[in-house]
Ligand binder design. Structure first.
Ligand SMILES: [Zn+2]
Ligand SMILES: [Zn+2]
Length: 562
């Protein structure tokens, strides 16, 4: 946090301006023809913007600058832009040239709102709503419950916060500039969500207990009126961010909220989740603190990671008997007894607000078509914890199944675990039979089938698709079949999903920290494709096989040329 002695008359010294106006530019005119198809909309909005605070001359400049921006960027004018421009325009009263004010405005949108105004439907905003809601539930369950019970969703009150980057929520421009400076320096696309949660958390007393009709008014009243309030909100935003488990923070940071091509799939995936989820890797670090689980030299974030956490194994006792992880607590009540579910969190009541709670089910929470969780035990306990206003409650992604797989990969001792009687182990061991392979082969076209028959070196590897971008292994077990010139991916019923020619292979990679994962890069396909294998040995063996085939193919081509 920077000092509060920033006044607009020394705008040249303001950190925000230094961040936005980095290289001196030649002066240019911000006056332009006011002839856009929707010019009337801009005009009307300009009239309404802080009408008692800015002069008519400033309104004229405001309209010109907004019009110029739309022309230069080919973006149609949208509400929000006006509120973001005004603070910079006001600096012109203190001698800032118009073109610098305009440049700062343009740069600010570039760094904090990126593609927001490019999209006619503000899709990045949808992502923020969902993330903000998940964070609010995680950090401030009391107010989150209250708003949810009254059907007040984030779109209803945070739209203007986000689209104006809080310009209308900070009464003094001095403080607004400090907030904006902090948002830029944070360099985190979802930081505005942390600010939103922090604001709601700070002003929750004025909202809680209000009658339904008065809640919107109470939410509307939220504003930062002093430097102390701004500092509290910023400190709290940082605290909320730092309290997140590493894998949750990393996943959120990886959501490319401004990529208009991928945003729909992100928001779709996010909208199906009812709470934040921790990756198995982090849970395993926490359950086995004495074991070194990665190759880092000095200790990475994950290795140094320690915070008070209680991992609650929510599986039924039959499953728990087949193996469990050290340092976990059990839900040992009757799953079908609502009272048991309701009472369970009370066990931890005196550590509420201090400890994190990670709920471990047998697999992922299942969602129906409406994004609602089916009523499984994890969901029931999750709700119960929230009702008791427990903070920091999350679920373990992929549940025990994924952690079990991780434990086997890293030779971690699972308590009471007998491989031969463990259902999961038996499932994993089921190697594809020769019959499976021949079934797969039958579905191939005749030419390739002929080649496969004459070549006895076909190899089949079990794998799962791995999403490189978000670091998630997909559920479905697949076969990766390496033939004499083809790599074929089939599902367990031998339906061919993908087929790649080995000669098109550009690169095949097996990174050190993700040693069970192979990443293929084909000339013919833009995206890299990754698969996760049962362990690093299997991945290496597949890598070796593909490389051998690739080399022999290359030799043949060279021979052909001679
Ligand atoms: Zn490490
Ligand atoms: Zn097992």
């Amino acid at each position: 946090m920077t000092s509060c002695t920033l006044y607009p008359n020394n705008w040249k010294q303001m950190r925000l301006i230094k961040l936005l106006y980095k290289t001196p530019q030649e002066e240019f005119s911000i006056i332009t023809d006011l002839n856009l198809p929707n010019q009337q909309v801009i005009k009307c909005d300009v009239e309404r913007t802080r009408s008692d605070e800015i002069t008519s001359e400033e309104k004229f400049l405001l309209e010109n600058m907004l019009t110029l921006y739309c022309k230069q960027t080919s973006i149609s004018y949208k509400q929000g832009m006006n509120e973001i421009l005004v603070p910079f325009l006001v600096l012109c009263r203190y001698g800032m040239p118009y073109y610098i004010a305009y440049t700062c405005f343009k740069e600010f949108i570039n760094s904090c709102l990126k593609t927001m105004f490019q999209d006619e439907t503000f899709r990045p905003l949808q992502g923020w709503f969902i993330i903000m809601n998940l964070l609010l539930k995680y950090h401030s369950p009391k107010i989150s419950n209250f708003l949810q019970d009254h059907d007040i969703t984030p779109e209803l009150y945070t739209t203007s916060w986000f689209l104006t980057m809080y310009a209308t929520k900070v009464t003094s421009l001095n403080y607004l500039f400090i907030l904006w400076e902090n948002i830029i320096l944070e360099n985190d696309y979802i930081f505005p969500c942390f600010v939103a949660v922090s604001l709601i958390d700070k002003f929750q007393e004025g909202i809680l207990g209000q009658e339904y009709a008065f809640i919107p008014l109470a939410l509307n009243k939220i504003a930062i009126n002093s430097y102390e309030e701004l500092q509290q909100v910023l400190d709290k935003s940082q605290q909320i961010k730092s309290f997140l488990p590493i894998s949750i923070a990393a996943k959120l940071k990886n959501y490319d909220i401004y990529n208009l091509k991928s945003i729909d799939s992100y928001t779709q995936a996010l909208s199906k989740t009812s709470c934040l989820s921790i990756l198995p890797r982090e849970i395993m670090h926490l359950a086995y603190p004495e074991v070194k689980l990665c190759n880092c030299q000095k200790g990475c974030k994950m290795c140094r990671n320690s915070y008070p956490v209680i991992i609650i194994d929510c599986r039924c006792s039959r499953q728990q008997k087949q193996g469990y992880f050290p340092n976990t607590e059990f839900f040992d009540g009757n799953i079908n007894d609502p009272k048991c579910i309701e009472q369970f969190p009370l066990k931890f009541f005196n550590i509420r607000g201090v400890y994190h709670f990670a709920l471990l089910g047998s697999e992922d929470i299942k969602h129906d078509n409406y994004g609602q969780n089916s009523q499984n035990i994890v969901t029931k306990l999750l709700k119960s914890f929230w009702q008791k206003e427990f903070q920091y409650v999350s679920v373990v992604e992929g549940g025990y199944n994924s952690c079990h797989e991780f434990a086997l990969d890293y030779n971690l001792e699972i308590k009471d675990h007998i491989s031969s009687s463990c259902l999961l182990c038996c499932k994993l061991k089921k190697i594809i039979s020769k019959k499976d392979v021949s079934k797969s082969m039958k579905k191939l076209n005749t030419e390739i089938r002929e080649k496969c028959r004459t070549n006895s070196t076909i190899k089949v590897f079990e794998c799962k698709k791995y999403n490189l971008k978000i670091g998630i292994v997909q559920e479905d077990m697949l076969n990766l079949i390496v033939g004499p010139d083809t790599i074929m991916i089939t599902d367990r019923d031998s339906h061919i999903i993908d087929r790649y020619l080995i000669k098109d292979l550009n690169k095949i990679a097996n990174s050190q920290d993700l040693s069970a994962i192979l990443t293929f890069n084909f000339h013919t396909i833009k995206e890299k494709i990754s698969y996760s294998f049962a362990n690093s040995k299997k991945a290496k063996s597949c890598l070796k096989k593909v490389t051998t085939v690739f080399r022999s193919l290359k030799n043949e081509i060279i021979k052909g040329l001679i």
